[in-house]
Design a protein around this ligand. Structure first.
Ligand SMILES: Nc1nc2c(ncn2[C@@H]2O[C@H](COP(=O)(O)OP(=O)(O)OP(=O)(O)O)[C@@H](O)[C@H]2O)c(=O)[nH]1
Ligand SMILES: [Mg+2]
Length: 362
């Protein structure tokens, strides 16, 4: 059950609002009290309990979910429910000095403290002008979480056609490690073995080739190092009958113009096959660096984002903010250093549950 508060000048009208929204069969009265607000007016607050499904349907419209995601969705809804109860308690404490306007401030500061940008929050609040959701902190929190869920995008794994996957990203984010995990997944861990080859454009760093060659040897996977676009084109032609070619690149700081230009040349080189470019982004990304990373790497026509180092932080607001602003689909999550185990298919629930967990901690 979920508690929802209705406010009116007298308890009867407040209760009638609840009946109007939900009918009187499924709701039960939790409490009713008269409170003097800061503006001097006396108002009645009626709290009713409503079944979760009915609450979601009436507040946000019918949720469409398929059978497989139902359990995860339910866990998420339960956590949202818990968070709402906590917020309702917090709100009760503040109520006497509270006006409706400060609900927005309160919820805004909660999300901003966790890394969500004011710009995004304000955009959502603007769409809610005139709605009762803005007057209730717990409702507003649920609404924002639903909205985040809606904006996040997933790129499903699709191996139905052969492809070239290039991983790009800032230095040290885990590109090479993720390539090794993906290679193992495609070659050995799925319902059928895919024919995988590794290509290395990472000729800038001492030891870079050895690192990938090491994994390739263990997995007995073809590994080739190339240094020119011409060679790249030739090798891709030679590897025509391979299902998946994973291309590792040199780590680039967003200010490394030379390396960028070189990588763009590789991506645009005149080859038959389409290159899918995946940005590897660390979950520990700093707020100040986000915009530069996006601006620079988006030149490469990004297909998806692979998020690494989930295990290194519990504060995911900055990362979530990046996904909300730039709306890039997420494909895989890297959750540790172990090859091949610490790799997951990207899931919104995973990101959201951890974000809610972090919010819950205060
Ligand atoms: N904790 C943690 N460490 C990771 C993860 N992914 C990679 N690493 C570690 O991060 C370090 C750098 O990983 P690499 O795969 O070499 O990173 P890279 O992006 O290829 O680095 P450059 O080629 O130098 O740009 C290594 O110590 C990895 O073991 C992860 O998901 N979690
Ligand atoms: Mg590397």
């Amino acid at each position: 059950m979920i508690n929802e508060t209705f406010v009116a000048s007298d308890p009867k009208s407040a209760y009638e609002q609840a009946v109007q929204k939900y009918g009187d069969d499924d709701i039960s009265l939790v409490s009713a009290k008269q409170l003097k607000y800061e503006d001097g007016a006396l108002r009645s607050e009626v709290v009713i309990a409503v079944p979760k499904a009915l609450f979601m349907e009436k507040s946000f419209g019918a949720l469409s979910m398929d059978e497989s995601s139902r359990n995860e969705e339910e866990t998420l809804l339960e956590e949202i429910g818990e968070l709402k109860t906590q917020l309702a308690q917090m709100k009760d404490g503040l109520l006497l000095q509270e006006e409706f306007g400060s609900t927005i401030e309160e919820v805004k500061s909660l999300f901003m403290k966790k890394g969500i940008s004011e710009r995004w929050l304000d955009d959502v609040f603007t769409t809610l002008i005139g709605s009762a959701v803005l007057e209730d902190a717990s409702l507003l929190v649920s609404y924002l979480l639903e909205e985040i869920d809606e904006v996040l995008q997933i790129k499903e794994e699709d191996l139905s056609m052969s492809k070239v996957m290039m991983l790009v990203g800032p230095t040290g984010v885990g590109k090479t490690t993720t390539i090794a995990k993906l290679a193992a997944r495609y070659a050995y861990l799925l319902n059928r073995p895919y024919k995988v080859a590794l290509l290395n454009l990472d000729s800038y760093k001492v030891g870079a080739i050895e690192q990938l060659a090491y994994y390739a040897d263990i997995m007995q996977i073809e590994h080739i190092s190339v240094s020119s676009t011409e060679e790249f084109r030739k090798k891709l032609e030679e590897l025509e009958e391979y299902d998946i070619i994973l291309v590792d690149t040199a780590g680039m700081s967003p200010y490394d113009t030379q390396k960028f230009i070189k990588t763009v040349e590789f991506v645009n080189s005149d080859i038959q096959r389409n290159i899918e470019v995946n940005l590897v982004l660390s979950a520990t990304v700093k707020y100040e660096d986000m915009e530069d990373i996006y601006k620079n790497f988006s030149f490469l026509n990004l297909d998806s984002v692979i998020i690494s180092k989930f295990d290194e932080t519990k504060h995911l607001g900055t990362l979530l903010n990046f996904m909300l602003l730039y709306k890039l689909p997420m494909s895989y999550f890297s959750v540790g250093q172990e090859v091949p185990d610490d790799l997951l298919l990207a899931k919104k629930e995973y990101l959201l549950e951890r974000f809610i967990g972090d919010m819950d901690e205060d």
